[in-house]
Design a protein around this ligand. Structure first.
Ligand SMILES: Nc1ncnc2c1ncn2[C@@H]1O[C@H](COP(=O)(O)OP(=O)(O)O)[C@@H](O)[C@H]1O
Ligand SMILES: C[C@@](O)(CCOP(=O)(O)O)CC(=O)O
Ligand SMILES: [Mg+2]
Length: 385
């Protein structure tokens, strides 16, 4: 029996970073997914195998070895989501390092630690092969870390005693509500290992899908009444969410009053975003007025993100390029590189979009569109041998 789980990435429309400090963010799922398949190995085999196809890494740990490393810390197996202590992270990192992790890919090590923590906590020491693939660029602001943790948590829970699923069901489906909440909590624990101090917005939107407003750990679903088109430009400049979040926190402790005002301003931007997107535009004129307001909010949000130190040269190149076409852009996710969103008004001609894309791609950036606001995590079973 094999289970496959898929979880979407996200865009943050307003409020990244501020959300880490208890302010509001507005985020939406996108129709690009991370997929994890998990197949239990027959009894007698004694390894846990993890294949990360996008980054070309393949790990195999004898169960006995994992037991030796984590069991002395007490059985990590737990029916309620628990945080991975620093001591366990150290032990898990030793397990990852033993597999001669390539130096250039050391940032990926925390993702492998998150896997080991989720695996041993949810499934214990059952032998299995887990394969992860993704349509999302890794480390580019589209929430690949959250989609990875959500999809792994879903696949692991599907074979655990914590959820009750009918494995004969055909096609994609999802657990019951309380079980999805449990999954989201586990994914958050995985995100903590990768991000250090995540707000929880990314795992929540990947788990539940749609568009959400998120503040201080709780989410409200947004029912958008506006068609929304965003061009996503991947600058391909690598960055690490954990470091960017830590830098913002350090700026906040150095300049508490200034940062308080900036983050408060971002809060108002997110609130206004959520009001506008839910309002009913009765005619083309009011739709255009609403679009104009969202464009201004995006410009202000980007300015504030620059002021907290998370913009970057390639991001600024995207902004200047799209500005030539009177289009507004803002970074999405942690910034420091990664992806930028450009608001495409509904009336904008495809000819202009093509011109902007052509110019952006001439810098070596990659442009794409993504469906906004689709379903959250789903699983499916395959009983073929
Ligand atoms: N498909 C994947 N395969 C392996 N690791 C992944 C994958 N997706 C995410 N990760 C983990 O998430 C990390 C990137 O997370 P992060 O810096 O938060 O960027 P983002 O979430 O914006 O893509 C990677 O370094 C890796 O540890
Ligand atoms: C910067 C932040 O607001 C979003 C990070 O998103 P991403 O990992 O860059 O996709 C951090 C968080 O909310 O946990
Ligand atoms: Mg992330």
């Amino acid at each position: 029996m094999e289970v496959t789980a898929r979880a979407p990435g996200k865009i943050i429309l307003a409020g990244e970073h501020a959300v880490v400090h208890g302010y509001t963010a507005v985020a939406s799922s996108i129709d690009l997914h991370t997929v994890a398949s998990l197949r239990l190995r027959p009894d007698g085999e004694d390894t846990i195998n993890l294949q990360l196809k996008d980054v070309g890494l393949d790990f195999s740990w004898p169960i006995q070895k994992i037991k030796e490393v984590v069991a002395h810390l007490g059985s990590p197996f737990s029916s309620t989501p628990t945080s991975c202590s620093l001591e366990i992270i150290k032990s898990l990192t030793a397990l990852v390092d033993e597999q001669s992790f390539p130096e250039a890919r050391i940032g990926l090590a925390s993702g492998v630690c998150a896997f080991l923590w989720l695996y041993t906590s949810i499934l214990g020491f059952k032998p299995a092969t887990v394969i992860v693939t993704s349509q999302l660029p890794v480390g580019a602001g589209l929430g690949s870390s959250a989609a990875y943790c959500v999809t792994l948590s879903a696949a692991l829970l599907a074979f655990s005693d914590s959820v009750k699923v009918d494995m004969s069901q055909k096609g994609w489906f999802i657990f019951k509500e309380a079980e999805v909440e449990l999954l989201n909590k586990w994914a958050f624990e995985g995100e903590k290992i990768i991000h250090g101090k995540p707000s929880g917005v990314d795992n929540s939107v990947s788990t539940f899908g749609n568009m959400i407003k998120f503040k201080s750990g709780s989410m409200t679903r947004i029912d958008s009444n506006m068609p929304l088109r965003m061009l996503i430009t991947n600058t391909k400049v690598g960055r690490d969410t954990k470091a960017l979040v830590a830098n913002v926190s350090s700026r906040k402790s150095k300049h508490p009053e200034v940062m308080g005002c900036v983050l408060n301003a971002i809060e108002f931007i997110s609130e206004e975003w959520s009001t506008i997107i839910q309002s009913h535009a009765l005619d083309d004129l009011s739709l255009a007025t609403n679009e104009e307001r969202l464009i201004e909010l995006m410009e202000m949000n980007q300015g504030l993100l620059l002021s907290i130190g998370v913009s970057q040269a390639a991001i600024e190149t995207v902004l200047q390029t799209t500005m030539k076409y009177k289009l507004a852009s803002k970074l999405t996710g942690a910034g420091g590189g990664g992806c930028v969103l450009t608001f495409l008004p509904i009336q904008l001609s495809e000819a202009i979009v093509d011109k902007v894309v052509g110019e952006l791609e001439s810098f070596g950036f990659q442009c794409f569109a993504a469906g906004i606001g689709g379903k959250g995590v789903q699983i499916s079973f395959d009983s073929s041998p």
